[in-house]
Design a protein around this ligand. Structure first.
Ligand SMILES: Nc1ncnc2c1ncn2[C@@H]1O[C@H](COP(=O)(O)OP(=O)(O)OP(=O)(O)O)[C@@H](O)[C@H]1O
Ligand SMILES: [Mg+2]
Length: 273
């Protein structure tokens, strides 16, 4: 059985969709996994703009309203099965049905990645409840961190564990909140540190996931390392690090713990993968 992974934050513009699109494309194209990518940002869906879907056919909104089955809303892009959102949003949908709607697909995919909404309402709850594992995306500033704290609290209240924090858009570390403080405030391990990277903006302009646009970029490399943990692969470490006996970074250690957790849970679904 596959795993559903929710990428959450209740602050807009921190990079959820950019990260979700890149994670999905990298899991397919580098790790050879079968991946579905779902837009659960129902009121402002824009995953399509990252995945070259401008005029979607059937959407997640059609799936939730019962007008379509999830298979018929798949748009294949960059090897990923994308279920985009509709720009016309009808408020009477039961968003909390997402988990049920994806239940069958979990048997057919290695991963279902869910991009979520920054709204602190049923939109984000829909993604939280449908996910086996959650990653909170934050930028390294206090206002965003306080929103990330709320997201983590909401997840815990709903009995959902947050597997890790992804710090995105690191610009000027001397003037930003550091990893230690982020871990201490959220009580969640940091599993990726992504620099501010102009490849993200260029990739979006080209409607392409960053991992496909430039897989050597700092952004793509960090996503690739996180995906190594999710797929139980050894993270590539440069030779000079071994030669000079340089210590592992905290996020690397956190990823190796995450990897063990994912490995264990591979065998906790009634013995089925
Ligand atoms: N590491 C990065 N460096 C520079 N720009 C980035 C980075 N990550 C994302 N961006 C840019 O930030 C903008 C917002 O990203 P994105 O749409 O992924 O955020 P979001 O959290 O999904 O927003 P929303 O909550 O509104 O859906 C985009 O222009 C994207 O290209
Ligand atoms: Mg988004």
């Amino acid at each position: 059985m596959g795993k559903t992974i929710g990428i959450i934050s209740i602050k807009g513009g921190v990079g959820k969709t950019t990260i979700a699109a890149s994670m999905a494309a990298d899991l397919v194209n580098y790790y050879g996994k079968k991946v579905m990518l779902v837009d659960a940002n129902y009121s402002a869906p824009n995953l399509g703009l990252h995945m070259d879907i401008i005029e979607p056919g059937k959407t997640i909104h059609d799936v939730l309203s019962g007008r379509a089955r999830v298979e018929s809303a798949i748009h294949k892009r960059f090897g990923v099965d994308v279920v985009p959102g509709s720009y016309v949003y009808s408020k009477d949908l039961n968003l909390l049905k997402l988990k049920d709607k994806l239940a069958k697909a979990k048997n057919e995919y290695d991963f279902i990645i869910i991009d979520s909404s920054p709204s602190l309402n049923d939109e984000v709850l829909s993604a939280m409840l449908a996910s086996d594992h959650l990653f909170v995306v934050t930028t390294p500033d206090y206002p965003t961190l306080s929103c990330s704290l709320k997201a983590a609290k909401l997840a815990r209240q709903r009995g959902k564990n947050v597997s890790g924090v992804i710090i995105n858009k690191i610009r000027d570390p001397k003037y930003e909140v550091d990893l230690d403080n982020i871990e201490a405030s959220l009580g969640i391990p940091v599993v990726a540190k992504i620099a501010d990277d102009k490849n993200s903006v260029r990739a979006l302009f080209n409607k392409t996931p960053v991992s496909v646009y430039n897989n050597k970029s700092a952004f793509a490399k960090e996503i690739n390392k996180l995906n190594a943990a999710l797929t139980y692969h050894v993270e590539p470490v440069p030779l000079w690090r071994y030669l000079f006996g340089k210590n592992f970074k905290r996020e690397e250690v956190n990823r190796s713990l995450l990897k063990e957790g994912f490995y264990t849970s591979l065998f906790s679904n009634n013995g089925r993968r």
